[in-house]
Design a protein around this ligand. Structure first.
Ligand code: SF4
Length: 330
């Protein structure tokens, strides 16, 4: 495939996912510089750029995301901004994340470039968006009357509040510990979830399990659910009316489980939870609030399977969520 087509396809994919950051790992530096019209002028002589390109390639092989090399190379050419200075810390001081319990995956984290441990301790995150209150709101009486998750799941299985139940095989209410301190919220069931009635089943689910294990959490002790409980046909994007119709179940689930932290997985889950159109790039790294509960935003595991360069930021996000959990449990 021509470099131009590859770049166009990549950018379209990023735009669809609401992204504004640029990560390029399938093109050479020369190809990208040519495409974006960068010439090696007086300010960035070839002799100066070369070592940085080699450095970036070497770092990539050792686990650095390819984007770091691109940013360095483009920065030297004046095409990329200098990295922003760290913002002053505005949130509460959070303890360091607990060490990983899963030895095999801990070794994997240390050895693999996919989920490397950050080189330096993570800084506390600034506060973000606030949605809802600690009170239950926008919940119809029948949903508010569900006294536990089982009753709520029964209501979900019989739900006709939107048309998605007509085309889905199974409802996917969610699963995990009813008293979980850690909650993972995804977008909507896919084909495998629809077939099994279980959230985050399949390859993306396995990756989520590994990510959780890396911060000392098992699937059984967290609660995993989606914004939508029935699969949109053909995995199309959920419609705003469907999200609104299904929201009371989500609010009630959050209220019943009362987790100490919520991890929003992917653009859609984050935007739906936080009622915003901001991109995931802007939502990451802050501590938002959903009905009083801290929300950390990260990439969807399915997106990580397509874009391994996002595993490092995801790892940092999950560690932040873990530190908030530890802080709340202390
Ligand atoms: S997606 Fe939600 S609102 Fe729509 S039918 Fe299923 S449970 Fe009801």
């Amino acid at each position: 495939m021509k470099a131009e087509d590859l770049l166009r396809r990549y950018l379209e994919q990023r735009r669809e996912m609401g992204e504004t950051e640029l990560v390029l790992d399938g093109l050479s530096v020369e190809e990208v510089m040519k495409l974006v019209g960068i010439k090696r002028g007086k300010g960035a002589p070839l002799e100066r750029a070369r070592p940085i390109v080699r450095e970036a390639e070497g770092a990539s092989a050792a686990g650095e995301p390819a984007s770091a090399g691109w940013r360095d190379a483009l920065r030297v050419s004046g095409a990329a901004p200098q990295p922003p200075r760290a913002e002053p810390i505005r949130s509460d001081d959070l303890p360091a994340a607990r060490p990983a319990r899963s030895a095999p995956f801990a070794e994997q984290v240390a050895a693999e470039p996919e989920l490397p441990a950050p080189a330096a301790p993570l800084a506390p995150a600034p506060p973000g968006l606030v949605v809802g209150s600690a009170e239950m709101e926008r919940v119809p009486p029948d949903i508010a009357a569900a006294v536990d998750l089982d009753q709520l799941a029964e209501l979900i299985r019989r739900c006709t509040r939107c048309d998605l139940y007509k085309t889905a095989i199974n409802a996917v209410p969610g699963e995990g510990s009813p008293h979980a301190d850690f909650m993972c919220v995804g977008e909507a069931p896919g084909a495998q979830e629809d077939a099994t009635g279980r959230p985050f089943y399949g390859q993306a689910g396995q990756l989520l399990t590994k990510i959780l294990q890396a911060v000392n959490l098992s699937r059984e002790e967290v609660f995993i659910l989606n914004v939508l409980k029935h699969r949109p046909p053909g995995n199309r994007n959920p419609l705003p009316d469907e999200v609104s119709a299904c929201r009371p179940y989500l609010v009630r689930q959050v209220h019943l489980v009362a987790p100490k932290v919520i991890l929003a997985l992917g653009t859609f889950a984050a935007q739906s939870l936080l009622e915003t159109k901001l991109s995931i790039g802007k939502l990451r790294g802050s501590v938002h609030r959903y009905h009083g509960i801290p929300v950390i935003v990260t990439y969807h595991p399915a997106a990580l399977l397509r874009n391994p360069a996002w595993k490092r930021p995801t790892w940092e996000d999950v560690q932040l969520a873990r530190r908030i959990l530890d802080s709340a449990s202390a």
